[in-house]
Design a protein around this ligand. Structure first.
Ligand SMILES: *[C@@H]1O[C@H](CO)[C@@H](O)[C@H](O)[C@H]1NC(C)=O
Length: 299
């Protein structure tokens, strides 16, 4: 009796453990954190590729979308040549990021993304505390697009800073360091371009570029429910580097180290409602992967 039971157990267990080893040798917790990052990379890739080219992953690198639905509302932005040139570079960089992550972990199909003007418009309305008239359109011109971009790589940056100390395997840490470097570079370029125009009033709203960034950062702090991890381009001196300056081209903590966010904080922000259990915002059906799905009711 004992032998057939052992044989049965082997048959039941072997294929699973074998297939698992073929997919990855990384600890499960590393896999979850790396896969979580795909959600943000998909958003960035689609936003930047579409903004510059008018098409996204389905044209540029269809295999990386893994059969996920096409984004809602993505479109080409009305960009000046310099902005278009930079945004195209960012979009293509995100293709590399998606490939690098998917070469390391199995990954999942692109989640449904809502990148329509209303999706950004709602966030901007909440940030300024009133309905902007006409509604904010991220695709209308370079300045609006850069303000919308202010929303994007910074969330990835804080997520990578948060993930890094939780990773166990050196391969995972190396990958996240490489992703973090470029995400923070993208954020720095966007912030520097906006900083140059900090006092410019964004037509027709009567709100300066610097004020917009301050309001958006404040909204993200509120949605994240984890204190100050976000700062606009001009801050009270106490928040500037060494408490001495109001200019704040890069956001950082009192030691000028980047802020870290957990996946939960990130979901609260990108869902636009401060609740990791309730999909919305850029992810109308929620983000994918074990971490994000663990907060959603089972379908
Ligand atoms: C880290 O993961 C890689 C790839 O899965 C594996 O080859 C390597 O042995 C792991 N390193 C450690 C220290 O576990």
């Amino acid at each position: 009796m004992a032998i057939p039971i052992v044989a049965l157990l082997l048959i039941l267990l072997l294929p699973k453990s074998l297939s698992y080893e073929i997919v990855t040798a990384l600890p499960d917790s590393d896999v979850d954190l790396l896969e979580f990052a795909l959600n943000l990379e998909f958003l960035e890739a689609e936003f930047f590729l579409n903004g510059a080219l008018g098409c996204g992953l389905d044209k540029v690198a269809p295999n990386l979308a893994k059969g996920g639905p096409p984004p809602i509302g993505a479109r080409k932005a009305n960009l000046d040549p310099l902005t278009s040139d930079i945004i195209l570079q960012f979009g293509l960089q995100e293709v590399g990021h998606l490939r690098a992550i998917q070469n390391t972990v199995r990954g999942f199909p692109r989640p449904l993304l809502d990148m329509g003007p209303q999706s950004f418009g709602k966030l901007f309305d909440r940030a300024v505390g009133r309905s902007l008239i006409p509604p904010f359109d991220p695709y209308a011109n370079s300045l609006n697009y850069l303000l919308a971009s202010y929303l994007i790589p910074y969330v990835g940056l804080t997520g990578y800073v948060g993930a890094n100390p939780k990773l166990l395997n050196a391969t995972s840490k190396g990958l996240v360091a490489g992703l973090l470097g470029v995400e923070s570079g993208q954020d720095a370029v966007i912030r520097a371009l906006l900083y140059e125009r900090g006092r410019t009033i964004v037509p027709p709203y009567g709100i300066t570029v610097a004020e917009f960034t301050d309001r958006i950062s404040e909204l993200r702090n509120q949605l994240g429910h984890a204190g100050v991890k976000d700062e606009g381009l001009v801050v009270p001196p106490v928040r500037g580097a060494e408490g001495r300056v109001t200019g704040n081209v890069l956001a950082a903590d009192p030691d000028s180290l980047s802020y870290a966010r957990t996946p939960e904080e990130i979901l609260r922000i990108v869902y636009g409602n401060g609740n990791e259990h309730v999909p919305g915002g850029f992810y109308p059906k929620g983000a994918n992967g074990r971490i994000a799905r663990s907060y959603l009711p089972r379908a």
